[in-house]
Design a protein around this ligand. Structure first.
Ligand code: PMP
Length: 326
């Protein structure tokens, strides 16, 4: 779907996948007005196909657009584009457990020019690709690197937007994590390098205590971290399962201390791509530690199973999160 200032959204098209031609002075290449979303189409237990909370993706896309001075695509147009593509590609939606058709909506400036200002022309597109299970051989805890040298985002910056630049800014820290033998980066706040924010493509959750007395904590929306749709769904889902849930600041010291005194029992990350991923070990410039015994915890696995069952249509969708397409 194209956007032209003064004319609005126009020329919606469903076309075969093909390269785009880019002018060397395309404004996105120079000034980075590029935003995206990520969501999945899941084959349901009854054979139908559904997406999970697509209006939440549409709304976050609008928030990202506002932050980057781009036009907002209306929710109905976003969801209709998702529906059309999934209908077209329904044969590509796998039936195996934990597999899906990954959808990548995105928008960028198409105007040509070198003046620094919001562009007047944009293109919104969605591409699709089948996605395998994140853990084909069974759930395996990830190791994380606490980045104290780089920050992903600062309050007032673009951290709450899903824009390309945030991911570009994260790549050196991700490479550093890999050098240290870690799978993922954990980002800390920009001012004190002390408060835990999120990972590269996932939000974080901390479990204190055990069984139904457990308290489940996730970093509050600081103005710099991405408001994940999985994070938001789990706040509700964990409360439904009877756990006490808190959104608040949590520091690296509390994480370390909780590990030493045994009150912190589980840590996991969550997002559309990885669903729920246990965090098994931590490295930083000052200390390394194992999270509890390093194995996936029972509450992590319970939440994972519960979420996958809703997304796959095996358990009732009590919150109306599924959007059936075919
Ligand atoms: N944080 C970042 C930086 C991300 O890229 C993502 C993936 N969109 C998430 C968190 C998780 O968000 P969601 O649950 O909506 O996939």
């Amino acid at each position: 779907i194209r956007y032209t200032e003064g004319r609005g959204w126009h020329d919606a098209q469903l076309t075969p996948y093909a390269p785009l031609e880019i002018d060397p002075a395309n404004m996105t290449l120079h000034y980075g007005q590029a935003i995206f979303e990520g969501l999945k189409a899941y084959r349901q237990a009854d054979g139908s196909i559904a997406t999970f909370r697509p209006t939440a993706n549409a709304e976050r896309f609008q928030a990202s657009a506002r932050r980057l001075a781009m036009p907002e695509l209306p929710t109905e147009a976003f969801v209709e584009a998702v529906e059309l593509l999934v209908q077209q590609d329904q044969a590509w939606v796998p039936s195996e457990p934990e597999q899906s058709l990954y959808l990548r909506p995105f928008m960028f400036a198409t105007e040509v020019g070198l003046g620094v200002r919001p562009a007047n022309e944009y293109l919104f597109m969605i591409i699709a690709s089948p996605a395998g299970a994140y853990f084909p051989g069974g759930v395996k805890p990830v190791s994380v690197w606490l980045s104290e040298e780089y920050v992903r985002a600062a309050p007032g910056g673009t951290g709450t937007a899903k824009c390309a630049g945030n991911y570009a800014a994260s790549l050196v820290a991700q490479a550093q994590a890999a050098e240290k033998g870690c799978d993922q980066v954990v980002w800390l706040d920009a001012a004190e390098h002390r408060w835990i924010e999120e990972m590269g493509g996932m939000n974080l959750y901390f479990v204190f205590g055990e069984g139904k007395d457990a308290r489940i904590v996730t970093p509050e929306l600081s103005g710099a971290l991405l408001p994940g749709i999985t994070r938001d769904s789990l706040l509700t889902m964990a409360a439904d399962l009877g756990y006490a849930v808190e959104e608040r600041r949590i520091s690296t010291d509390e994480w370390k201390q909780g590990n030493v005194d045994g009150t912190l029992t589980e840590v996991f990350a969550c997002g559309t791509a990885a669903v729920i991923t246990p965090v098994g070990s931590v490295k930083s410039a000052r200390a390394d530690w194992t999270v509890a015994d390093g194995n996936p915890g029972p509450i992590t696995m319970e939440l994972r199973k519960t979420l996958l069952a809703v997304q796959g249509g095996q358990s009732p969708d009590t919150h109306g999160w599924l959007h059936t397409i075919v």
